[in-house]
Design a protein around this ligand. Sequence first.
Ligand code: GLN
Length: 468
Amino acid sequence: MNLNELTIREAHDGLKAKKFSSEELTNACLRRISERNPTLNAFIEVTSDIALAQAKKVDKEGVKGMLSGIPIGIKDIFCVKGMKTTGASKILDGFSSPYDATVVGKLRSAGAVFLGRTNMDEFACGASTEHSCYGVTKNPKDSERVPGGSSGGSAAAVADNMCLAAIGTDTGGSIRQPASFCGCYGLKPTYGRVSRYGVLAMASSWDTIGPFARSAEDIAIMLEVMAGCDSRDSTTPDVAVPDYAGALHQDIKGLKIGIPKEYFGEGVEEETKNIVMQAIKGLEKKGAILKEVSLPMTKYAIAVYYISMPAELSANLARYDGVRFGLNIDDKGDDLNEYYEKVRGSGFGDEIKRRIMIGTYVLSAGYYDAYYKKAQKVRTLIIKDFGKVFDEVDVLCAPVSPFPAFKLGENLDDPLKMYMADALTIPASAAGLPALSVPCGVSAAGLPIGLQVIGRQFEEGRVLGVGF
Ligand code: GLN
């Protein structure tokens, strides 16, 4: 087995026992990247020098924690000192951050090795990684298909053994859906579990940060380092970070698993339903108790998201005006407004422009109550739906996506169809709940299918236990 194919746990054990060095492990990943990245375009920048320097440091100083000397990929949405950060957008071309995002700083202190920046949809807006100024990423299982999005680069890199783990963001599905399309594990933690400080904001009341890995245990190891209260992000509460990896071996006998019938309804492909159901039946065999439940507000989730998210996105992206942040172009125009138009017109891609227009529209005087405020109210109903079922069951199990990876270009002309890819991930995002994507089978065409495990707020431990 090649070193780059190891899980974090296996690599850690090997490093500790001095079977190989972090430098050798890092070089194995770099070799895999140079072989495969020209086809997949999962990494948009490979920082070999940084990675090898970090690896050598660990080799010299000795392995400490679980992530010491472990090579990872970082979505191009995190500020990393000494690296560029662009959100895969032309508007941030050449930007490099003077500081680390909190989560990046934690991974750095834990001794993780930074292999480079992974591709994504521009400002995390998309479900296919086709909206990137660096070109599309391809699915490692079938290069004619998308890897999912927006963290498609991170998912593809982990699934294709270019790195042992990666980090991404999930606002409406961007960790879970690409993890399920590529066939790796991906966790969207509880809203506020991981600090958003130093992460390019998409929709602030929805944005979460989480890991990709090749096992539930590795997700637990990553989360333990990433999670926690941060004085720089007031949405991170002072909730203790448990020993996630230590709690994995819990017995699921008697665990009550809810099966939301809306997640197995219209629009969800038969094959996906069957494969996910088989996995759930496997849990039943281990002693879990299955119960059908109903989340009737599910059908409004996409509508709520595509009002609330663009509203917040348009406000967050207002800072990219070419003065404080964003492109500095020579043609300044005749006045400041014209300059803004030129900067934003040339810096943002089409999907971002579409969302900024929707967002400013739903927030404008006269429409605010009809759209934005109404969406907020319906979001509360979605939250209440979950509250009710979590009185009866411990976790929910369902598909991650209604269908497996689609063909490159297939949904590009039809944004509404593209938005359907997140029909089953957005509800947990609306309610700020932790949700894990677990590879649970492959379709007849050989495409990975993901099982989604959703838990109560801050019950990542239980979710990971079911995934494990
Ligand atoms: N695919 C969804 C969108 O396009 C979700 C994106 C995300 O979670 N960042 O907005």
